[in-house]
Design a binder for this molecule. Sequence first.
Ligand code: UTP
Length: 278
Amino acid sequence: MSEALIKKCLFPAAGYGTRFLPATKSMPKEMLPVVNKPLIQYGVEEALDAVMTGMAIVTVRGKRSIEDHFYINYELEDQIAGSDKESYLKEIRRIMNQAVFSYTRQIEMKGLGHAILTGETLIGDQPFAVVLADDLCYSTDKGVLSQMVELYKYYRCSIVAIEEVPRNETNKYGVIAGDEISPGLIRITNMVEKPKPEEAPSNLAIIGRYILTPDIFDIIRQTPPGRNNEVQITDALLVQAKQGRVLGYKFKGRRFDCGSVPGFMEATRFFFDNVYQD
Ligand code: UTP
C-alpha cells in the first residue's frame, strides 16, 4: 500500500462549550456521548477510516478524560476479561492499536485559528486534517474525511467541507463564495467569519472538517484577531484563497451540530435509530 498523503488529524478541543453548560463545566464537550460513544471517538474513527493514524489533540481543562478514554484501563480490562462484556471494548481497542495520540495544551482561548497554531508542534511540516468533533458527520458510503483526502490527492491545496445553511443562520459559520469548478466543488474567492445574513456572500457554510497545507501556520502567525477578538482560521484561509489555493467541497452525508442542544438531540435520535447496534 502506498504511504498515506495525510497522516495526521488535529482535533482542537479547547473551547469552553458554553452552549452546553452546565454539562461542560468540568468535562470537555468532545466527551459528550451520542448514544454510547463520545463525540471525539466518532471523529477519530472517521480519521482512521481516511488512513490517518496520528491523532493530535489540542486541549485545556478537563484534558484527562480525553486522554484516559484513548488509553488502557487496566482494572476494567482485567475485570471483564473473558466475559461477554469484553465485546463492548472491541472498537476502542482497535483504535488504540491503530492510532497514535499526542496532546498539547492551548494556554489561552484565543480562537480556533490560535488552537490550530498551537497544534503545529504535533503536526510539523506536512498537510493535515482538522476535525471539530462537535460537528458529527454521518455518511452511508465513505466518511467525509476520506472524501476530502481523495480530492487532496488531485488538487494538493487546502480544502474545507461546506454545506448550505438557512440564510438566517450565516452568523454561526464561516461563509464562502467562489466559482464552481465541478459539481459540488468550489474554488473559493472570498470567505467571511460569522456574517450577518444581509452581509453573507452566500449561504454556503464551512463545517468542522478541513484539510490544510502547512504554510497555514505561518499565515496564522501573521493573522490579527478578527471576529470576537479571536484569531480566526477563516481569516487565515482567506489569504490562501486569494491565491486560488482553497477549495470548498459539498460533502456527501449529513452533519449534526452537536455543540448545540437541538443538534445533539437530533444526532442522538438518528444514531440510535440508524447506527447503534446492541
Ligand atoms: P466553538 O465556536 O464551537 O466554541 O469552537 P466552543 O467554545 O467550543 O463552544 P461554545 O460556542 O462556547 O458553546 C469551535 C471549535 O474550536 C475549538 C473548540 O473546541 C471547537 O472544537 N476551539 C475554539 C479551541 O480549541 N480553542 C479556542 O480558543 C476556540
